[in-house]
Design a protein around this ligand. Structure first.
Ligand code: SF4
Ligand code: SF4
Length: 114
């Protein structure tokens, strides 16, 4: 499932014209993919002139890279190795908590009564 990086989108509408199933709208001047209509053909990704549309796995990769960049930045504020290790442990605890929340939410969503 592709995703549009709004910051990069230059509103050319090429993806809108190319999509075979009319799954892209322009919202406030930026492309927005309708998940319920998208058939994951990848045509919009190929045609975007500024590479504003990414695949799921690219989004995950860039999210990880951005988290690691932030972590390194915050670690640079500490001098001792011991303090840096404490910060890493604390961040790991926070991420594990978030992971539990996400898994729990996904589990509940599967069983939600419609
Ligand atoms: S992947 Fe294909 S179907 Fe989905 S939005 Fe892009 S062009 Fe449309
Ligand atoms: S092709 Fe790229 S830049 Fe053009 S509207 Fe679509 S997402 Fe935005």
């Amino acid at each position: 499932m592709p995703w549009v990086n709004k910051k990069k989108c230059v509103s050319c509408k090429k993806c809108v014209k190319k999509c075979p199933v009319d799954a892209i709208d322009m919202v406030k001047g930026k492309a927005l993919i309708k998940e319920d209509k998208c058939i994951n053909c990848g045509k919009c990704i190929k045609i975007c002139p500024v590479k504003a549309i990414l695949k799921d796995k690219e989004i995950v990769k860039s999210g990880i890279a951005s988290n690691i960049k932030d972590a390194k930045k915050s670690l640079s504020e500490y001098k001792s190795k011991k303090a840096k290790k404490r910060v890493i442990k604390s961040q790991m605890r926070q991420l594990k908590r978030q992971q539990k929340i996400l898994w729990g939410t996904m589990k509940e969503l599967k069983h939600i009564k419609l």
